[in-house]
Design a binder for this molecule. Structure first.
Ligand code: GLU
Length: 279
């Protein structure tokens, strides 16, 4: 049985790149008897997500001719699931509170005179990793603002060698250590993209993750979290990002190429599907 999903963040109106991605997942599920296509709203960041974009994307997908199975899962309704996931990692001794501000981190990087780069930018220099447990507990209890970071060295040692299967790229050996001690929960958002997406794909029974190659690197982390949280491992199909005639990738800034604008300009769903090459 195949279960795919489309998981947009309601931070703007859907554009042609989203239509392409959603259609890929939808077509894979609809191509086989019993296949399921799920829709998930990734709205953990309250500062960027807006209800009108959520309503807009449901409307735009339906207009395009996509249907989805079961209830839409809205991440902000499931913070308890993410808290439980964090607790499991915590119980395995894999998380530590990080009290650093951005400027603390920048100062430490400047002091050290070098800063290794990971796929998501400069690596955390580990300042809070070595705070003694009693001091950590005292500062957390005193209500000091903190994020929760994954102790990457411990986590990878515990998980051992890992790989995943990508339909296009083949078997990929996971190398999550390149990311350093990633943040899994923030003070203002007590979860993260990596944690919630990994837990949700498992909780929703997703068997094939179809998404853009911009998220290819993130899969190294997701594979590690699956191992640490004892979750099933889906297959992956990272598709190329759609580019316009000028060779630039579609993005939220391309206001004229939102599904909404195309519809208002009189384009039909069939024409839009043809525009992304999936008629
Ligand atoms: N919410 C993510 C986005 O809009 C996609 C997450 C995923 O497909 O894993 O870029």
């Amino acid at each position: 049985m195949i279960v795919t999903r489309f998981a947009p963040s309601p931070t703007g109106y859907l554009h042609l790149g989203h239509a392409y991605s959603a259609l890929i997942g939808w077509r894979r599920a609809r191509a086989v008897p019993g296949g399921r296509f799920l829709l998930r709203i990734e709205d953990i960041d309250p500062t960027r997500c807006r209800p009108e974009f959520e309503a807009g994307l449901l409307e735009d997908l339906a207009w395009l001719g996509l249907d989805w199975d079961g209830k839409v899962r809205r991440q902000s309704d499931h913070m308890e699931d993410y808290r439980a996931g964090l607790e499991r990692l915590e119980n395995r001794g894999l998380l530590y509170p990080c009290f650093c501000t951005r400027s603390d981190i920048a100062a430490e990087i400047a002091r050290a005179g070098q800063a290794p780069h990971g796929p998501e930018g400069l690596l955390y220099p580990g300042l809070c990793r070595t705070i003694p447990p009693s001091e950590r507990a005292r500062r957390v209890e005193a209500g000091e603002a903190h994020a929760l970071r994954l102790d990457m060295a411990k986590a990878t040692a515990l998980a051992g060698p890992l790989d995943w299967q990508d339909e296009t790229a083949g078997r990929i050996v996971a190398a999550p250590e390149a990311f350093g001690d990633i943040v899994l929960a923030r003070k203002e958002t007590p979860t993260s993209y990596h944690l919630s997406v990994t837990l949700d794909d498992a909780l929703q029974g997703v068997t094939l993750v179809t998404r853009g190659t911009d998220l290819f690197e993130a899969t190294h982390i997701h594979r590690l979290l699956q191992a640490l949280l004892d979750l099933p491992v889906p297959s992956y199909a990272h598709h190329p990002l759609l580019a316009g005639p000028d060779g630039r990738r579609y993005a939220k800034r391309d206001k004229s190429l939102t599904l909404r604008a195309l519809r208002q300009a009189g384009r039909t769903p069939a024409e839009v599907r043809a525009m992304v090459g999936l008629e």
